[in-house]
Design a protein around this ligand. Structure first.
Ligand SMILES: [Zn+2]
Length: 73
């Protein structure tokens, strides 16, 4: 656990905190892609791939449904 100064009130807060306990400002610590470990990178790539595939699947299914219902294909 590391401490760093709050961007709003400059008091020391934990890097695990989602909000500053002193002033309540939301803290967002976003790791850059280069700072990620190998497994984190794989997980990020995989999750975006899964999201992309499910969106394509749903839109393909929707197009198929529209095609069968409206155009009688
Ligand atoms: Zn603060």
């Amino acid at each position: 656990m590391a401490l760093f100064p709050c961007p709003e009130c400059d008091k020391q807060i934990s890097d695990k905190a989602s909000t500053c306990p002193h002033c309540g400002v939301p803290i967002r610590i976003k790791k850059s892609f280069s700072e990620m470990t190998g497994s984190e990178k794989i997980l990020k790539v995989l999750s975006s791939l899964i999201i992309f595939l499910s969106i394509s699947f749903v839109s393909a299914l929707g197009l198929y449904w529209v095609g069968t219902r409206i155009f009688g294909l």
